[in-house]
Design a protein around this ligand. Structure first.
Ligand SMILES: Nc1ncnc2c1ncn2[C@@H]1O[C@H](COP(=O)(O)OP(=O)(O)OP(=O)(O)O)[C@@H](O)[C@H]1O
Ligand SMILES: [Mg+2]
Length: 399
């Protein structure tokens, strides 16, 4: 029986692994001498006659991206199989590997006796996991669904959505997912500097809709400890995505994550309406311009009449500028609701968009844009919400 599987084109490493296991550890090694990684764990199990190995070693020569993705799939679907990565790891890779659920990283030059110890430790850990109770049934957990909306384009929806997700990721690591529902021209991937292998197109397939673990394997892990589901690469794919698939997708994610942050396209398209129906929180964004503010008022009126407004409303005035010719009071009077947070116009924000690193990933003390975005995030944390209740009614000031 093979308890260890090695995937690697390197005969030297295969020999080292054989020496590490032979006569010292129970079970044998099954080597797949290729640099091509399988998409799904089941392809590996099939090689072993349907049996799950204890440890899968992703050896030298396999693509790193694919290895981390496969490790994530194992972590979410088969946590009783340990995945080891063979690579020269720097701190960044260590972090990514840890987040992907890799059990350990070993150097390609590891000595067989050291490798034996790592393998033994991994087997012990997986045996512990095999005895653990099954994870909770889906449907038992309902996360907060925070949708970011505006009738007009370019007002800062994606900026807010990415910062909310990254900010929440700090208090709830690995429990936040951001979904880009600007299906045609979404730029969450750019805003987070991601090159996703899978997108919403994969996430609404029947396989993913029927199995939340498959869905989770289609998410992209971001270095800030959040997951992202990015918009399709080709805008044409957006046509094939139906509103009811979007609704189901959000419900599925809310069953698995504490927070689902949804970025949307401008306006009230069908997918945006489907998202609105699932949201616990609506973050409404407007700039300081009369057409934008009026557009927001009409949208809120229509949605209110249709009963489509999420339970909790947050009005964010973005690119606030004392010289815009409108005051906060003007905005509030036109929209008919108070402004909750005012985010100043700031070069730090446009710079962060261009770098693909949200401001809140490395906030600067004393920077007004960072603190305003932090204030938005706080509205969704339990401590922040309590604080908010205490200082309710305090007015925002545009300086
Ligand atoms: N407070 C701000 N100060 C300066 N620039 C900002 C601010 N907020 C957003 N921006 C910049 O404005 C541009 C548009 O922002 P963003 O992409 O977030 O808007 P959007 O509403 O998502 O746009 P779209 O409707 O096209 O999706 C970006 O380049 C962003 O960096
Ligand atoms: Mg956008």
């Amino acid at each position: 029986m093979s308890r260890f599987v090695l995937i690697s084109p390197s005969p030297e490493f295969a020999a080292a692994m054989q020496t590490a296991v032979d006569g010292a550890l129970p079970g044998g090694v099954y080597t797949v001498a290729t640099a091509e990684l399988p998409e799904q764990p089941e392809q590996i199990f099939a090689l072993l006659g349907g049996v799950r190995p204890a440890v899968v070693v992703l050896g030298p020569g396999v693509p790193l991206d694919g290895a981390l993705r496969l490790a994530t799939v194992f972590d979410v679907r088969f946590p009783d199989v340990a995945v080891l990565l063979v690579a020269d790891a720097d701190a960044d890779l260590m972090l990514q590997a840890m987040r992907a659920g890799v059990r350990d990283i070993v150097s390609p030059a590891v000595e067989p006796h050291q490798l034996r110890i790592v393998l033994q430790r991994s087997v012990q850990a997986t045996e512990g996991r095999r005895r653990d109770p099954e994870p909770a049934e889906p449907g038992t957990r309902r996360g907060r669904v925070i949708g970011v909306f505006s009738p007009k384009g370019g007002v800062g929806k994606t900026t807010l959505a990415t910062n909310i997700a990254v900010g929440l990721g700090k208090t709830a690591p690995m429990s936040v997912v951001i979904v880009d529902l600007d299906l045609q021209f979404g730029d969450v991937a750019t805003g987070l500097d991601l090159d996703p292998e899978h997108t919403v197109t994969d996430a609404v397939t029947r396989a993913a809709a029927q199995d939340s673990m498959v869905l989770k394997a289609f998410l992209t892990l971001h270095t800030a400890g959040i997951y992202a589901l990015c918009a399709p690469r080709d805008p044409i794919e957006a046509d094939g995505i139906e509103a009811d698939q979007v609704g189901r997708l959000i419900r599925q994610l809310a069953d698995q994550f504490d927070y689902v942050v949804v970025d949307t396209a401008p306006g009230l398209g069908e997918c945006t309406l489907a998202a609105l129906e699932e949201c616990t929180d609506g973050v409404w964004v407007t700039g300081m311009d009369v057409p934008g503010v009026r557009g927001l008022r009409s949208s809120l009126e229509v949605l209110g009449r249709l009963g489509l407004l999420p339970e909790t409303r947050h009005l964010i005035l973005n690119m606030a500028d004392a010289k815009a010719g409108l005051s906060v009071r003007d905005v509030e009077a036109t929209v008919g609701v108070p402004v909750d947070v005012s985010v100043p116009r700031s070069p730090a924000i446009s710079y962060s968009t261009n770098r693909g690193v949200p401001v809140l990933q490395s906030p600067r003390r004393g920077d007004k844009a960072s603190s305003a975005l932090g204030e938005v995030v706080e509205r969704f944390t339990p401590e922040g919400a309590a604080r908010l209740r205490r200082k309710l009614h305090r007015r925002v000031v545009v300086s």
